[in-house]
Design a protein around this ligand. Structure first.
Ligand code: URA
Length: 261
């Protein structure tokens, strides 16, 4: 890829402040061509707890909690939303939330982004990723030549954790079956986990995300990849290049070319 074109894509992701200093140096690793096959999907390795940071998710009792969960015949997104109910009180997050944030986007999407849980803006507006991190996610989606409405966006927990704390183990256990049903119904080509909570929940691991981000996994017939959460990128803009590499892998699987301006 020409350095000029790279800088254009980098600007799409808000990477220009990061790359401005390196304007004459093309990126060390050229992005894969769209025709390139993704690295073969594989299952997540055994936990290596020595190096893994503390996690709210315990190691799975079996290989995967979700493997044994059956798909529901004739399920659909409306039914899942109805099953959650208008005023879910299954876990303690119900106490502080304004509204349930179910998910948004294309029910037939080839790509689903899974985040952690609603923040203040999402809790107010009833839609995932509409705050600052959401604006960055929208930029990321658009840099991939997609629109927000082309993809589906949802979270592990559907109610805002107080003070934006991490969702707790019991809250994740209570809410994640609805996420699983959403993913089964949409059955996208690719699932992109945004941050540790989504990745560790779906892969049923306690490993730190930096150990496996950017790698492909099988998830119930979809390809799953994890990357850093946009909120992390707001605090650590230097990680945007790594995320862009991960998104380029997703684009290769979906046969997408980066957006041209
Ligand atoms: N962070 C998330 O993980 N999800 C949202 O919906 C918003 C911010």
């Amino acid at each position: 890829m020409r350095a000029e074109a790279w800088l254009e894509y980098a600007a799409d992701l808000g990477l220009d402040p990061f790359y401005r200093d390196r304007a004459r140096t093309p990126p060390a690793e050229a992005p894969p061509s769209v025709a390139a096959a993704p690295r073969p999907a594989r299952n997540i390795p055994e936990d290596r707890p020595r190096a893994a940071p503390a996690s709210p998710i315990s190691p799975p009792a079996s290989a995967s909690l979700f493997e044994s969960t059956e798909r529901i015949e004739g399920d659909n997104l409306d039914r899942i939303r109805q099953d959650i109910g208008p005023d879910c009180t299954r876990c303690k997050l119900c106490k502080g939330r304004t509204q349930i944030v179910f998910g948004t986007g294309n029910p037939g999407a080839a790509l689903v982004f899974v985040g952690e849980g609603p923040g203040r803006d999402e809790d107010e507006q009833g839609e995932p990723f509409v705050g600052r991190a959401g604006k960055l996610l929208t930029q990321m989606i658009e840099a991939m030549s997609l629109r927000r409405e082309d993809v589906y966006i949802c979270n592990v927990v559907k109610c805002r954790p107080p003070e934006n704390r991490l969702p707790e183990k019991d809250e994740i256990a209570t809410c994640s079956p609805f996420l699983l049903r959403q993913l089964d119904v949409i059955h996208p080509k690719a699932i992109c986990c945004l941050g540790s909570c989504a990745a560790q929940t779906l892969l049923q691991t306690t490993q730190g995300i930096s150990r496996f981000r950017g790698e492909w996994f099988d998830f119930r017939g979809s390809k799953l990849i994890a990357t850093y959460h946009p909120a992390y990128l707001l605090r650590n803009p230097n990680a945007k290049g790594e995320v862009w590499k991960d998104l380029q892998k997703v684009m290769a699987v979906l046969g997408l070319q980066p957006r041209r301006r």
